[in-house]
Design a protein around this ligand. Structure first.
Ligand code: PLP
Ligand code: COI
Length: 347
């Protein structure tokens, strides 16, 4: 195992030994191969550079309590990347090839899988770019698929603690029928003006729907979850509601999908619909969720333009804490993987 201070790792790039690459020409993908060279020899007019023909993914491998390494839901990332490829007129990476590339990246960087109990994981960043040289506006027909592994720690500093979010109305992340549902670099570049301003204040951003600036879309790099529950101390699980936005402009989060399944299993009511920002006042807990941040509870949402603060308490609430534990128990092999979400890696 590499000599890394695993428990102090943040969500930052640590150079792995190998990346994995596969090129596509004439509609055919080559077999993925590992290389130590982290640089591309890319034409200056490649469509990824000129017209943003690029998509990416994010998934993790966990070292479990039993010492086994589990890759979480990679097939869903492969499927989502295929959708992003379709959205940007790129050739989809075949699912099995995606899987072989991830396994090869893991095998070649096995010493970068953090030990159990450190809170760190091996993150994979699959990347798909258009490489055809082109100046005329339009898509290319050559592509490169790359897996960049890196050990990472928590996305938000601290293991499971609250982050403050600020409502943003001056930058739209993605249009209603634009590229928000795809995981493409342009969505992140377009949000930088808002996210960097929020980060400078020690917060992160909540984006509203771009048409009305009324409904919650998502957080900058995560979906939004809210919990509504009766104020009475004694209540049934069926009275607890897990709410998450429905919008054509947000990324279908695999973490959110997993949490919805776990919430339903516990008898909670799971609702996906448009959520007005003001509804935050009726929620007892709120969080951002995604591969990088898992569940990141929110203590406050600040709407400075309307002079409003929505508060959810300084500590993570009980429902989200329970779901966080349930998800991590599966990822770390502490609980049965009933849904077949994890692939146990064997060399
Ligand atoms: N929304 C955005 C904009 C993201 O960048 C991410 C991260 O991947 C998510 C949501 C969460 O998706 P997932 O749970 O699949 O990682
Ligand atoms: C992830 O959660 O995997 C992401 O890709 C979000 C962000 C770091 C881009």
């Amino acid at each position: 195992m590499k000599n890394i201070d695993w428990s102090t790792l943040g969500f930052h790039y640590t150079e792995p030994d190998y990346i994995v690459r596969s090129a596509c020409h004439d509609g055919k993908w080559e077999e993925p191969y590992a290389t130590q060279d982290k640089y591309l020899h890319l034409h200056v007019s490649a469509t990824c550079l000129q017209y943003g023909q690029e998509a990416f993914e994010g998934l993790k491998a966990f070292r479990g309590v039993d010492g086994k390494i589990r890759i979480f839901r990679w097939r869903d990332n492969a499927k989502r990347m295929a959708k992003s490829a379709e959205g940007l007129f790129m050739k989809a990476v075949p699912e099995e090839l995606f899987g072989r590339a991830i396994r090869l990246a893991l095998k070649k960087n096995i010493d970068f899988v953090p030990p159990y109990g450190t809170g760190a994981t091996l993150y994979f960043r699959p990347l798909l770019i258009g490489t055809t040289p082109r100046l005329g506006v339009g898509p290319g027909h050559d592509f490169e698929f790359i897996i960049i592994p890196s050990p990472i720690g928590p996305y938000y500093p601290g293991k499971f603690h609250c982050t403050t979010f600020i409502v943003n109305r001056y930058v739209d992340r993605a249009a209603p029928y634009g590229t928000g549902q795809f995981k493409v670099g342009g969505n992140y570049a377009s949000s930088f003006r808002a996210t960097e301003a929020a980060h400078a204040m020690g917060m992160d951003c909540i984006f509203l729907d771009a048409r009305y600036h009324t409904y919650i879309d998502e957080c900058s790099a995560a979906n939004f979850i809210g919990i509504k529950k009766p104020s009475a101390i004694s209540h049934q699980n069926s009275e607890i509601e897990y709410l998450t936005p429905r919008s054509s402009a947000i990324l279908p989060s695999i973490t959110n999908d997993s949490l919805m399944t776990l919430a339903r299993e516990r008898g909670y009511k799971v609702t996906r619909r448009r959520i007005r920002l003001e509804e935050l006042a009726q929620m007892s807990e709120a969080a951002a969720c995604g591969t990088a941040c898992v569940i990141s509870p929110i203590d406050q949402v600040i709407d400075s333009e309307r002079n409003k603060i929505y508060s959810f308490g300084a500590e993570p609430g009980p429902v989200l804490t329970e779901l966080y534990r349930a998800l991590q128990d599966i990822q770390y092999g502490r609980a049965e993987d009933k849904h077949g979400w994890c692939e146990v890696f064997s060399i």
